[in-house]
Write a protein that binds this ligand. Sequence first.
Ligand code: DAH
Length: 337
Amino acid sequence: MTLEELEQLTATALSELSEASSLEGLEDVRVRYLGKKGKLPEIMVSLKEAPKEEKPAWGQAANRFKQSLSEAHSSRKEDLLASSTPADALDVSLPGNHGPLGANHPIRQIMHRVIEICDRMGFTVATGPDVETVFTNFDALNTPADHPSRDEQDTFYLSDGSLLRTHTSPIQIRYMQQHEPPVRIIAPGRAYRRDTPDATHSANFHQVEGLYVDRNVSMADLKSDLTFFAGEVLGKGAKVRFRPHFFPFTEPSVEVDFTCHVCKGKGCRVCKNSGWIEIAGAGMVDPAVFNAVGYDPEKVTGYAFGMGLERIAMILLEIDDIRRLYENDARFLRQFA
Ligand code: DAH
């Protein structure tokens, strides 16, 4: 290699370095000129073999080769790094992105609340299937064969003659069939009716059933337990009022009103000026129900109640339309998260 050739080589290498368009391409050029198997060793050999008088010039030229190439290499590398990593690719000072967090649906929240209160009152939780038999949903609950609730207009029947339970009361039957008294259970779950949806009706809703069977259970137990329950749900001082009613599975039967939580009983728009809000159906278990499950009505008595969870949710959370609970509009549900 002559000195001129070395100068020429330096110029070519510098322009190749400055034109490298990627980090990989740049590295190729570096290896070809400065690497162990590249041009540099060749240059060192030529330097060594150069005649004495040319040595200083060769030395300078070789140094320039090494130095200018490695400077050009690092400056090009910086440029390439800067343009291949946009300034905003990773900014560790930015706050992280939090994904949306889920929360319990209002119905679930109320259900848990009811379960928690009843748990403290000594009730255990029982469950049953959504698909029920005519026997457990109606017959064993002393519902007459011609009762309107059995009608296809009101009940979803399946092709095999079973049905979607119209209330959580069949869980009472299943539980008593499998357990000897005393019994103290609540049974939360879904219920189904062929209702046309409107602001207060839905074909699918939730209930909590209560059942207490023992020796000498009386209406006074029902009233005092529901009064305690009302106080826990609505706040101390809430009262309970019984109005005579009829259910096939209880005798006597009552509808249960709680003090209106909005006006505390004074009368307002929510309670239609009565001071009371209807919350549950209840009564003393009819002896016919005990006979159906093999309990001796001469030995035990019991109370039962059933209440709608949507109704409690709507009252406590001030929701004006039951359908909002099923639309799953996150903007609505988030308010109760
Ligand atoms: N099963 C009734 C309903 O669906 C509610 C009910 C009323 C349940 C009185 C009871 C009860 O256990 O004693 O409307």
